[in-house]
Write a protein that binds this ligand. Structure first.
Ligand SMILES: C=C1C[C@]23C[C@@]1(O)CC[C@H]2[C@@]12CC[C@H](O)[C@@](C)(C(=O)O1)[C@H]2[C@@H]3C(=O)O
Ligand SMILES: O=C(O)CCC(=O)C(=O)O
Ligand SMILES: [Fe+2]
Length: 337
């Protein structure tokens, strides 16, 4: 039984529907072109434990990277290579289940492509399990090894997310207890991504350009590469480092910091030859926690809750095929004032 989603048939159907529009499209995010490679700022987290001087220096580096890049990579993060390897094995096992089974059981919130895509630039040649952490304890005994791998990964990564969020919040004057109060572990998400080899990688993305709906995201990407970030008006390819975890600022930290930290657009390009695996941990508040800037300067962001934000995002994706980080530009609920 085939495990592959019908990516190719879906792309053909989309192309047949609107060939003229596609040919004329000149949007910035449409173009898959050769881009320069960059190394993300590298932060050695072991320095946090080397006493005041080294610790403060390390915290400053983290805040600097969040302001200037919105992305950085960390080593000595506490997730062992063994846990990463077993996560990759579990991902392969899960994704290689028959497609019909993945869809019908809607096991662990399975998603593929983008049902709302009306043109190729809105289509993502990838599949994912978008797992709410509330689901983990309810997983049945069939999935014992998957469950224990997820638990091991989440245990370390959730502590890391909280620690990084607290470090980033310190210079903003956010009260130290904010994340303890508003982000219990169960409100975060784990997304297991698989990017299948794509026969026409120059025409369709693995994951279309987006920003993340959370405070921050912690990603492990394998050695294949393909993640690109939009920095200073151009796309840059992130050099893979399988030893490191990638951290990026999400929309909520941008709002909380009144724009000091940047939630920047990123995307994944497809490859023709091999599959690519990644795992992303989305550090989210509970649904009704209020996200607002807490500093003294006048805020350029409106306060909102995750519930409002998700609702608006869903409406945007349904209407336009894409997440508009821009509830802000012209929507009713602009979060950037
Ligand atoms: C089609 C889409 C689903 C998505 C929003 C998007 O327009 C493009 C990226 C997707 C993504 C990836 C990161 C997060 O998992 C997510 C919640 C987000 O903010 O952007 C998802 C969106 C989703 O799955 O709804
Ligand atoms: O696969 C990656 O490297 C990034 C995935 C991503 O951006 C996401 O899941 O939000
Ligand atoms: Fe993302």
């Amino acid at each position: 039984m085939d495990f592959k989603p019908p990516f190719q048939q879906t792309c053909k159907a989309i192309l047949l529907q609107n060939s003229t529009h596609e040919a004329l499209s000149s949007h910035d995010d449409d173009k898959v072109s050769l881009v320069e490679e960059c190394e993300l700022p590298l932060i050695d987290l072991s320095h946090l434990n080397l006493g005041h001087f080294e610790g403060d220096k390390c915290m400053n580096e983290i805040a600097q990277a969040a302001s200037q890049w919105g992305f950085f990579q960390v080593v000595n993060h506490g997730v062992s290579q063994e846990v990463i390897k077993s996560m990759q094995n579990e991902q392969k096992r899960l994704f290689h289940k028959p497609f019909a089974e993945k869809v019908e059981k809607n096991f662990l919130n399975y998603r593929w492509g983008n049902p709302q895509a009306t043109c190729l630039r809105q289509f993502s040649w990838s599949e994912a399990f978008h797992i709410s952490l509330t689901e983990i304890p309810t997983m049945n005994d069939h999935h014992n090894s998957l469950r224990s791998t997820i638990e091991a990964f989440v245990k370390t990564v959730s502590g890391l997310a909280k620690r990084l969020a607290e470090i980033l919040a310190q210079p903003l004057g956010v009260k130290p207890i904010y994340f303890e109060e508003n982000c219990p572990t169960r409100t975060s998400y784990l997304r297991l991504n698989r990017y299948a080899p794509c026969p026409f990688p120059s025409q369709v993305f693995g994951l279309i350009s987006h920003t993340d709906t959370d405070f921050l995201t912690i990603v492990h990407q394998d050695q294949v590469g393909g993640l690109e970030i939009f920095k200073d008006g151009r796309w840059l390819a992130v050099k893979p480092n399988p030893e490191a975890l990638i951290v990026n600022i999400g929309d909520f930290f941008e709002a909380l910091s009144n724009g000091a930290y940047k939630s920047i657009k990123h995307r994944v390009v497809s490859t023709q030859e091999v599959e690519r695996l990644s795992v992303a941990y989305f550090y989210c508040p509970s649904y009704d926690a209020v996200v607002r800037n807490c500093g003294n300067e006048p805020s350029t962001y409106r306060q909102f809750t995750l519930r409002e934000y998700k609702l608006q995002t869903q409406i945007d994706v349904q209407k336009t095929g894409e997440k508009k980080q821009t509830l802000m530009k012209n929507g009713k609920m602009r979060w950037r004032l």
